[in-house]
Design a protein around this ligand. Structure first.
Ligand code: URA
Length: 270
């Protein structure tokens, strides 16, 4: 693509270029800024503009899926009887869980995957058909885009921890019901407590609503650093990769969110 007037295509190393290509993103730098760039600078949000300037600077967009009345209430507070299990016991408990009706239709539970000492924890919505079949989160098309997004900020999939709000597939990929999310909440909270990540990346509306107890759109929640309670853990909201597959023009905003995530992870006091 041709550079917008006044911008030039940023020189990136082959790996970063491949990652951004995988996300379908082109990165431009203002022509008057000719200072030499190092790799830190290349993913510095202030120095970069992403192709599709309107998409970056325009009013915050909202996700297209209609708000779900069942998710209108904030997630219930932490249960006093919060589970206190180690990893093997927690995984075992999840695999036998019958706390909600989803156990009747699941093939298997989808616990979570990745590094138990990860600095970055990604939290999605719920397993889809591929995840239900394979028992691992984000293994379908959306998962491949998530992998590319993570790689764009220097993480291989196995270096982060990936989990969902819900451990069992809702039939037909419908939105999880509020009571299903409430049943699953202690498991996810225990995963977060065991990992103690430096940052939570919340992908999509269902994840953000449940983690933050809000009904605001992703378009309004993204672009700032929230705090997850308990633990006061920095949390960034971005679009769900499945949404980005449907609306690739929003990838530029997700790339901005990832740059914020990178900065929080590398300079948490900033
Ligand atoms: N979407 C999610 O939110 N989680 C998955 O594991 C897969 C798709």
């Amino acid at each position: 693509a041709r550079a917008p007037a006044g911008w030039r295509r940023l020189r990136l190393d082959a790996r970063k270029r491949a990652c951004l290509d995988a996300m379908g993103i082109e990165v431009w730098r203002l022509r008057h800024d000719e200072s030499g760039s190092n790799s830190e600078e290349e993913i510095d949000g202030e120095a970069l503009a992403v192709a599709g300037i309107d998409a970056v600077t325009g009013p915050a967009a909202t996700e297209q899926r209609a708000p779900d009345a069942r998710l209108a209430e904030p997630a219930p507070p932490a249960l006093d009887s919060e589970i206190d299990l180690d990893w093997p016991a927690l995984q075992e408990a999840v695999s036998h869980c019958r706390s909600c009706d989803l156990h009747q239709t699941r093939t298997q539970t989808v616990f979570g995957v990745g590094d138990h000492d990860a600095s970055l924890m990604v939290i999605g919505e719920a397993p889809g058909a591929d995840e239900d079949r394979l028992g691992e989160p984000f293994v379908g098309r959306a998962g491949r885009l998530l992998d590319a997004m993570l790689e764009a900020i220097g993480f291989a999939r196995q270096q982060v921890y990936i989990a969902n709000i819900i451990k069992c597939r809702p039939p037909g990929n419908r939105d999880p019901h509020i009571e299903e999310a409430a049943s699953c909440q202690p498991y996810l909270r225990r995963q977060i407590a065991l990992i103690q990540p430096k940052l939570i990346l919340s992908v999509g509306r269902v994840s953000a609503h449940n983690l933050l107890g809000t009904e605001e759109s992703v378009g309004r929640l993204r672009g700032r650093v929230h705090r997850f309670d308990p633990g006061d853990i920095p949390l960034i909201v971005t679009y769900h990769p499945a949404y980005l597959l449907r609306r690739p023009q929003e990838k530029a905003k997700s790339w901005q969110d990832l740059q914020v995530a990178y900065r929080v992870l590398h300079d948490p006091m900033d």
